[in-house]
Design a protein around this ligand. Sequence first.
Ligand SMILES: *Cc1c(COP(=O)(O)O)cnc(C)c1O
Length: 228
Amino acid sequence: MSSISENLATFNKELEGTACHLCAVSKTKPIEMLQEAYDAGQRILGENKVQELVDKNDALPKDIQWHMIGHLQRNKVKYIAPFISLIHSIDSPRLLNEVQKRAAQNDRVINCLLQIYIANEETKFGFSKDEVTDLLQSDTFKTMKSIKIVGVMGMATNTTNKEQVRKEFASLKVLFDDLKNQFNTLENVDLKEISMGMSGDYKIAIEEGSTMVRVGSAIFGARNYGNV
Ligand SMILES: *Cc1c(COP(=O)(O)O)cnc(C)c1O
């Protein structure tokens, strides 16, 4: 098996010359492996559990940009609000309200992505196109000065059907372009990121316009237990 630094080098080479950057997903992996990625130059790390994120932030260098990529419960936002660099997984207006409130308390502006439901599966969280439009048009949204919406995030259906995955990613790109045309003039909107693509489908995602792939197992190796 190749090392973490070799895997990162391979990815960085692959991403060279594209508009896409790498969020290395380190969930369930021990501190030593994250340190190894850091030593190889990786600064963006993605986690999906609040407690793990807080513990790892405490243990590792302060210039790491921590990304929250998993479903986020409102009552846990306060623990990551002081340091989180980007939340990929805003999936309801109530969650966004909470992030706004905690960001304000910390005197910060927290960058957020709106998670969009693109898959053909019932388990995936996220907004529909109509819901996201309603949110961005609302009066409440305009008053949110401590959050900034910098893009969208989506997860494709977990299937071997590549054409379906491609279609879902393409639909996210279309929605992103629509939202950008319609809402980018708002003060708390600056759409530039399309977070899509994981170990199994990142190549398709890049072809369909991803600006940020979230890659875990292809860098750190398979995860031992079902913490997906
Ligand atoms: C775990 C996870 C990833 C990374 O998955 P891999 O298949 O290991 O690359 C990406 N995005 C989200 C939201 C995840 O939970």
